[in-house]
Ligand binder design. Sequence first.
Ligand SMILES: *[C@@H]1O[C@H](CO)[C@@H](O)[C@H](O)[C@H]1NC(C)=O
Ligand SMILES: *[C@@H]1O[C@H](CO)[C@@H](O)[C@H](O)[C@H]1NC(C)=O
Ligand SMILES: *[C@@H]1O[C@H](CO)[C@@H](O)[C@H](O)[C@H]1NC(C)=O
Ligand SMILES: *[C@@H]1O[C@H](CO)[C@@H](O)[C@H](O)[C@H]1NC(C)=O
Ligand SMILES: *[C@@H]1O[C@H](CO)[C@@H](O)[C@H](O)[C@H]1NC(C)=O
Length: 482
Amino acid sequence: MSGETKAELVFIPSPGRGHLLATVDMAKLLIDSDERLFITVLVIKPSFDPNSSSHSYSPESNSRTRFIDITNVDSLSLPMSSPLAFLQQFIENHKDPVRNSVTKIIQDFGPNCGLAGFVIDMFCTAMIDVANEFDVPTYMFFTSGASALGLMYHFQGLRDYQNQDVTVYQNSSEELSIPSYKFPVPAKLLPALMFDEDGGSSLFLDYAKRFRETKGIIVNTFLELESHAMKSLSQDDNVPPVYSVGPILHSDNQNDRNLKYDEIMKWLDEQPNSSVVFLCFGSRGCFDDENQVKEIAVALEHSGHRFLWSLRKPAIGHKFRTPGEYDNLEEVLPEGFLERNAGIGKVIGWAPQIAVLSHRAVGGFVSHCGWNSTLESMWCGVPMAVWPMSAEQQMNAFLLVKDLRVAVEIKMDYQRNLMGGSNMIVKAEEIENGIRRLMQPQSEIRVNVEAMKLKSRMALVENGSSLDFVGRFIQNVMNNIS
Ligand SMILES: *[C@@H]1O[C@H](CO)[C@@H](O)[C@H](O)[C@H]1NC(C)=O
Ligand SMILES: *[C@@H]1O[C@H](CO)[C@@H](O)[C@H](O)[C@H]1NC(C)=O
Ligand SMILES: *[C@@H]1O[C@H](CO)[C@@H](O)[C@H](O)[C@H]1NC(C)=O
Ligand SMILES: *[C@@H]1O[C@H](CO)[C@@H](O)[C@H](O)[C@H]1NC(C)=O
Ligand SMILES: *[C@@H]1O[C@H](CO)[C@@H](O)[C@H](O)[C@H]1NC(C)=O
């Protein structure tokens, strides 16, 4: 029955709601593009974080996508030397149930089910071994940008092929030439994880080493945003083909449209076009030192701009908990701040970020430069002021300011470490200055981000670069079963 070829892909995201949602969005993009594709998502539930229930997602049921829960393997007895080591072992321990599930899929569908490969995310590289047992290739879904992917490859290469100790770059004042970045990068902007002394650092690069075993890497970016990085990756013979298929945005859930959502939108409706500066530091973003909160407040007040500020309270106790909300904002803000600014500003906790960035009243975004926030800001055409916190965010900030020129700098080398605490306090004058440059009408960054907005949208229409890459990826997959 030629013409009825079917290809079955098995997706394995890391545990946690965020990873699962990203996978669901990715799966939908592929399913919608080709009727021959079938996807089974194997859902590994995080037994170590029972409250981040993966059942709170609502998969769009579709005859070609299904979800199978993977039996939980006890993880409480695992050693917790570092978060990465823990996650690595946790995934490793799920090889058996994954193997059993895939065996069952093959039994259910018969020998012509067309198992065409595994699609894993970056922390599930252990599952490459299982794919190999079934003699099918593995693809990776990388949720940060192509520049960051190139960064990992670069340092893994220095370590493994040139025998360099990459930890020498910690505290270095050098500027480094990294192929996926157009301009030399100050070493102080490298991800802190690379220098983690609990073994996280070598594990981090070990992941990159295994990325090389995959048959292709799907990246949530678009060619026009990271043309330099995409080119450098395509010129490296030791890197599998990279497919930029984004921006895949995580549209907010209708369930999140609560009273707070309505209140925020109503407030924005009352503000003039492009007049509001929006401040948000990501789902894990907060300031451990209340003096930093006060410096921001002073800066906002002095700038005179309207503002919407998502301010989160650092979690007490467990260091990996996500921040919460302040019960009483007066405690942390300068005296009288809320009253004095009642007409021009609003301080909130949780923020419906895409909806806010899409609002005509928002004219600038003070951001931690997480990759998702970066894509959302580009999609909405809102210029950024960079204030990165952790992970690869400093490098994203560098890309936005130096190469793409769609952002101004507040503080590029700010670092908040996972255990709490940061390397500096950014002073009010510096913040105010950044906000003023950000909010300038008709500036170069505003013109550039408007152009990037159009490009982000063009990437996802017929014959656009991202849909083109989706087509090429599917072709790669179909070749496995013919
Ligand atoms: C982006 O968001 C998705 C879904 O919430 C998450 O899985 C992913 O890790 C995020 N990417 C980054 C680089 O933070
Ligand atoms: C999970 O949620 C329940 C009920 O909200 C709470 O009592 C419990 O402490 C939470 N567990 C963790 C590990 O946060
Ligand atoms: C960098 O500085 C930190 C803090 O001062 C120190 O603990 C670390 O050993 C230094 N690293 C190198 C490679 O010199
Ligand atoms: C404000 O923006 C909206 C939507 O972009 C536009 O329709 C409207 O004309 C603008 N208003 C003014 C006063 O420029
Ligand atoms: C896309 O490209 C194909 C082949 O070149 C062409 O036939 C088609 O008209 C294009 N579609 C659009 C919307 O440009």
